[in-house]
Design a protein around this ligand. Structure first.
Ligand code: 4AD
Ligand code: MG
Length: 463
């Protein structure tokens, strides 16, 4: 076939009048053979819909083309004409078809509907399915929307390191990065001598870019990070991944209220962006994955988010009369059953929970005047639970040092972090939003493994 520029199915279907001599390339979703005519649905991933290719027996290679299997790759030249069939405006009458890549009947994505579990086991092929096509198109658009939101507001995008020596959250969930021989590591005094390691100290994959983000916020005022984050937590839940993407804005001259406002504005912005720019895919999720999804998103776009303190939330949960698996007690972290009850049953929408007990939160959160709670905030949303975690940061040098001492964090490791409080310290705040949790909320998909291209969870890193 002569070289001809390829038109995407998306652009082709958006045309407003018939066109001759166009070329599309894509993968066969279905072949239907009729009397004296055959139809192929061809999809190139540019949009949800496939283009209907009409094949006439006059085609040179009609017999071969009508025998191709689902999944085969084709190039088709022809003319786009109005379709007499219902459910589509246009169809492509083929004048030439080239079989680029054959597919036999072993191709796993045949017509029947497959479970998401099964599709995870063929993660190399699932992007060619309807659901995952929609998920990953939405994911791409949303990543763009994230940058657009912050760039429009003058935030600087900073790439914080992936390899780091600091466990920001202090939860001991870092994956180790080392070049030492695990069978024969250098030792001194019977311990592994990390000084001999590549970086001359113990390092791991980052659990959060926040600490470095704070350094940049105290130079550039408003910054954000958007990158991969790693946690070796062995919790096999539908909302945790060992590798996920996090968006972390950090704002100078801001307190907890400013932080919540930014979180609310941000979430609303990306929801509206999806409604305006990803409608075809959202319609699919609305019909097939979560009924009422679009109504929910439209409601969120107009709603004001509620705020309760942790202490109030505990009271509401205790008064609810609900039987929880885990006890509701002041001083204990909220379990996901509590979070979901708050956002789904009590508030029936997004809710910020603020001012958590100091003993269940990280060392960097700002101490409140009561000396019992810190200026933390989590945003909870229906179905997903915690989608954002953030706080105002402790900007007071002495109080921060005391908090570090209380939690057994060595000052030597974080002297640079403390320095920010010595020279030109200022109130500042920020949060982290899990990109996959956001996508779960926007698509209705119930498992985090189904909104990230190649999920990393305990025991799974094959693809
Ligand atoms: O609440 P987290 O642990 O907060 C931080 O890491 C702060 N340093 C953020 C900051 O203030 N800059 O994580 C933030 C968000 C969570 O609310 C959740 O959406 C997501 O990151 N998250 C995960 N997503 C998927 N898999 C996991 N294992 C996750 N752990 C956290
Ligand atoms: Mg959290």
């Amino acid at each position: 076939m002569e070289r001809r520029s390829r038109v995407s199915v998306k652009n082709l279907l958006a045309m407003s009048e018939p066109v001759t001599d166009v070329c599309v390339k894509g993968w066969v979703r279905s072949v239907r053979r009729g009397k004296g005519v055959a139809f192929i649905a061809l999809n190139d991933g540019s949009c949800f819909a496939s283009v209907q290719v009409v094949l006439d027996p006059q085609l040179d290679n009609y017999a071969a083309v009508t025998k191709v299997g689902t999944g085969a790759c084709l190039a088709v030249v022809g003319q786009m004409v109005e379709s007499p069939a219902s459910g589509q405006d246009w169809e492509l009458q083929a004048s030439k078809v080239e079989i680029i890549g054959q597919a036999d009947e072993d191709y796993p994505l045949q017509k029947k509907r497959h479970s998401f579990e099964y599709l995870r086991s063929i993660a190399h092929l699932r992007p060619r399915s309807n659901t995952f096509g929609a998920v990953f198109r939405l994911r791409s658009s949303l990543a763009f929307a994230v940058h657009k939101f912050f760039q429009e507001r003058g935030f600087m995008y900073v790439q914080t390191p992936i390899i780091t020596a600091n466990d920001c959250e202090g939860a001991g969930e870092m994956f180790r990065v080392t070049t030492l021989d695990p069978l024969n590591p250098p030792r001194s005094a019977d311990q592994i001598d990390w000084k001999e390691d590549f970086f001359g100290q113990r390092t791991g994959l980052t659990v959060s870019g926040q600490l470095q983000g704070e350094l940049f916020a105290t130079a550039f005022s408003d910054i954000y990070t958007f990158g991969p984050t790693f946690r070796a937590e062995n919790s096999n839940t539908s909302r945790h991944a060992a590798e996920f993407w996090m968006i972390e804005p950090e704002i100078a001259f801001a307190d907890l209220k400013d932080n919540c406002r930014l979180g609310e504005e941000f979430l609303r912005y990306v929801v509206v962006y999806a409604l305006e720019n990803c409608r075809e895919d959202l319609d699919f999720f609305n019909q097939r994955i979560e009924k009422g999804l679009i109504d929910k998103l439209e409601a969120l776009a107009g709603a004001e988010f509620r705020t309760v303190s942790y202490t109030e939330a505990i009271e509401l949960l205790r008064k609810s009369g609900q039987n929880f698996e885990f006890p509701v007690e002041w001083g204990h972290d909220l379990q996901s059953e509590h979070e979901r009850f708050l956002t789904e049953q009590i508030f029936n929408g997004p809710v910020f929970v603020t001012d958590y007990p100091k003993q269940i939160k990280a060392f960097y959160m700002r101490m409140n005047d009561d000396d019992k709670t810190v200026a933390a905030m989590d945003l909870l949303v229906p179905r997903v639970g915690e989608i954002i975690g953030g706080s105002q940061r402790e900007e007071r040098y002495d109080i921060l040092r005391r908090r570090m001492a209380d939690q057994g964090i060595a000052e030597d490791d974080l002297d640079w972090y403390l320095d920010i409080r010595r020279w030109g310290t200022c109130p500042h705040a920020g949060f982290g939003l899990g990109f996959e949790r956001l996508l779960m909320y926007l698509t209705g998909m119930e498992n985090i493994r189904d909104v990230i291209p190649f999920p990393r969870t305990p025991g799974h890193a094959r693809f």
